[in-house]
Design a protein around this ligand. Sequence first.
Ligand SMILES: N[C@@H](CCC(=O)N[C@@H](CS)C(=O)NCC(=O)O)C(=O)O
Length: 241
Amino acid sequence: MPPVYSVGMPSTTYTPKLRMLATGSSPYATRCRMAFYAKGVSVDLFPPPDGLGSQAYISLHPFVKVPTLWIDDGTVLQESMAILEWIDDAFPEPPLKPADPALRARMRMIAQLADQSIMSHLMTMFPHRDLKVRDAAVVARGLDGIADGFDRLEHHLPARGLAAGDVLTLADCVAMPIFYLVLDFMPHFGGVSPLETRPKCAGYWQRLLDQSLVKRIYAEMAEHLAAQRAARFAREVTARL
Ligand SMILES: N[C@@H](CCC(=O)N[C@@H](CS)C(=O)NCC(=O)O)C(=O)O
């Protein structure tokens, strides 16, 4: 992924130099990228040098993870939820947290449900993408977990608007790449779309897709995943030669 610069802040405002280790499809990095875009803040995004697990990658930080954010005052931040909160606190406009305490709690609840009750299960399934090394029991457990997570979201998501009100919040930044990845990977794991039987989740996804920022992130994720799959296919073909 080449470095991406979004539109800059007004010249009267001090803008810290920001560098973030990110990949185009990591749900954790993507939620932060989406928040940076929403704020119109420039951030230098760079992929793991020489790939994940390389010496250059490992030497970036003793506990290196995607995302890691370096701020030019020497601060280094990890954990995407904390980075999201920092982005919203450091760049208040437009706010990505509702002012109303109940909506703010709903925002955190939806974000946490998407992260802990859905994404955590999908993460366990990724190493089993390839049928040759697939453990069917792990995949079945993952599919059950994801179904349970979507049941929870179906219960809590509102029938109108976005996750926590009518405007985009941090919960939407968290949910968007997770919905994308679940929908994209479900067929690879023999699962059906969790939206088929969950009208509130389906309606929410549709309303998310109407947002211009979401369209941008969607296109970036699609491009990144297509490139990743093409590279994997090329490696497999070369290995067979
Ligand atoms: N809880 C972390 C999870 C981050 C995470 O698991 N990132 C993955 C990429 S999707 C990663 O860095 N994997 C490579 C590694 O562990 O070195 C967060 O929210 O930032």
